[in-house]
Write a protein of this length. Structure first.
Length: 245
């Protein structure tokens, strides 16, 4: 799974990187080196200018809440459990299939975290887990494949600007060999040349556009256990240290 990641780029940098036409970011998010479920995150989507417009979809930068809430959900807390969607079943699962058909996103990340059980044990006899940070070797942005939904809060008035909740999930697949020893799952990447095809809401979702990172594209290194506590944040969380074996 992908349960934590880092996102430190500014909205201005993301607008340039992803060739965004319109930014819908009201206020910039602080650089976050410990992004966890239920937090607000940046997402790139393509949306039509309006329902009546015949103009093509425009690429937008928006802020979503991580943890997808399906449009039919009665309780938004379901999103706490829907932070990842498996590529193998995303087209069939009721919670994801509508979003996969027309509400696809790119979730920009510096990299993501996974925890590896070491040979050491704690006081309860369980393996001590060492966190690793996994990022592009070239220092570029990691464009994670995502889905999003727009949930209408029935408790809010029609003219309440907060009546709609925009939420997202990260798609995952089996980890490529060089990373599989850390964790058996990893986020899916969308290659730059396929961004439009993936985002285009006028076409049906196609899993062939989704690929694990090519072998050798990513690097993984051990980081401080501080990242295990979501209250900790800062660039020190992605500083490398010697791994525990």
């Amino acid at each position: 799974m992908c349960g934590r990641y880092a996102s430190s780029r500014s909205p201005e940098d993301l607008v340039e990187e992803f060739e965004v036409v319109e930014s819908r970011v009201a206020g910039p998010l602080a650089a976050d080196y410990n992004v966890a479920p239920t937090k607000e995150v940046y997402a790139v989507v393509e949306r039509p200018p309006s329902r009546e417009s015949e103009e093509p979809p425009q690429r937008q930068l928006r802020v979503f809440t991580w943890g997808l809430v399906p449009s039919w959900a009665k309780d938004p807390s379901i999103g706490n459990r829907m932070i990842n969607a498996r590529m193998e079943t995303v087209a069939e699962k009721p919670a994801y299939r509508k979003a996969f058909a027309s509400r696809r996103a790119l979730l920009p990340a510096d990299g993501y975290f996974e925890w590896y059980p070491t040979s050491q044990t704690n006081a309860k006899g369980k393996p001590v887990k060492q966190p690793f940070f996994i990022r592009p070797k070239d220092g570029g942005v990691l464009a994670m494949a995502g889905l999003y939904e727009i949930w209408r809060d029935p408790t809010r008035d029609e003219d309440d600007p907060d009546r709609f909740r925009w939420t997202c999930t990260v798609l995952t697949t089996q980890a490529e060999d060089s990373l599989g020893h850390i964790h058996d799952r990893m986020p899916l990447m969308v290659e730059r040349e396929r961004w439009h095809e993936w985002l285009d809401p006028t076409t049906t979702g196609d899993t062939s556009l989704l690929v694990p990172a090519a072998p050798g594209r990513l690097e993984a290194y051990a980081v401080p256990t501080l990242v295990s506590n979501v209250r900790n944040n800062g660039p020190e969380l992605v500083e490398p240290l010697e791994a525990t074996t």
